[in-house]
Design a protein. Structure first.
Length: 249
């Protein structure tokens, strides 16, 4: 695969499949040991810049509303609630509800894990417009009134992104944008994994590293800290020279 010039991420993904196959064969007792246990796998660096910033999310949502109500409903579920595209497509009207004053939506997340998420007023209003007078069935439907599938959802997102002048946009960029916006807005790191439904908080930190927010870079804090220390030292020296009695004491 290296001789063919394949990317390190592609090689790592394919080797992961092979390693998983032999690992489960070993667990099931089909083989004595896994021949792929110590196979070398290329180190893949975290990908940069696969999320959308605050302005891009706003532009995307504004443009989606100009398409139709179904496009707008898909946009808010992906970007304002951070749903995966499969989760958004599988939502049903019957799963809408209320809990302690919050509009809620029950979904089936990754790994068939059920979850209840709150819907902010904008999302709830957009979904209500997409549903209209219907009382059951899928929330998101195609033009032929069938449930929205992942392939069509990807096409809708690309169309909205192109119309908005954002280039090639895919659904996960909206989910990543939601996570990055939450971190940039100051949501505690312990709360973001809950909203994103990450099983491992370390997954959330990957998005945190992708932010490339130079305004919060430690270098600016360090230079201010050092400069403040130098200023106090100079001030202290001036006070000592102006008060020789105190200096002698």
């Amino acid at each position: 695969m290296e001789e063919r010039g394949l990317a390190a991420s592609t090689i790592d993904r394919r080797l992961s499949t092979v390693c998983g196959f032999y690992r489960f064969a070993h667990i099931d007792g089909r083989i004595a040991s896994s021949p792929a246990q110590y196979v070398w796998r290329p180190k893949v660096q975290p990908n940069e810049g696969h999320g959308m910033d605050r302005a891009e999310l706003g532009t995307f949502l504004f443009t989606a509303e100009r398409f139709d109500r179904a496009h707008a409903a898909l946009a808010v579920l992906l970007s304002l609630n951070g749903l995966r595209v499969s989760e958004a497509c599988s939502t049903n009207i019957e799963d809408l509800g209320f809990h302690r004053g919050h509009r809620t939506l029950q979904i089936v997340g990754k790994g068939n894990k059920p979850a209840t998420i709150p819907l902010v007023p904008r999302t709830a209003r957009t979904i209500d417009l997409a549903i209209g007078e219907r009382h059951e069935g899928p929330i998101l439907r195609r033009r032929d009134d069938q449930r929205l599938d992942r392939r069509t959802a990807h096409r809708w997102v690309r169309s909205i992104g192109k119309q908005a002048g954002l280039g090639s946009v895919h659904p996960h960029m909206l989910r990543a944008g939601f996570i990055m916006a939450a971190l940039d807005a100051g949501v505690p790191l312990r709360d973001v994994p809950i909203a994103a439904r990450h099983a491992d908080p370390r997954t959330t930190t990957i998005y945190d590293r992708r932010r490339q927010n130079f305004d919060r870079h430690a270098a600016y804090v360090v230079v201010a800290f050092v400069a403040g220390g130098c200023a106090r030292k100079r001030t202290s020296g001036t006070v000592q020279s102006a008060n020789p009695e105190l200096a002698t004491a």
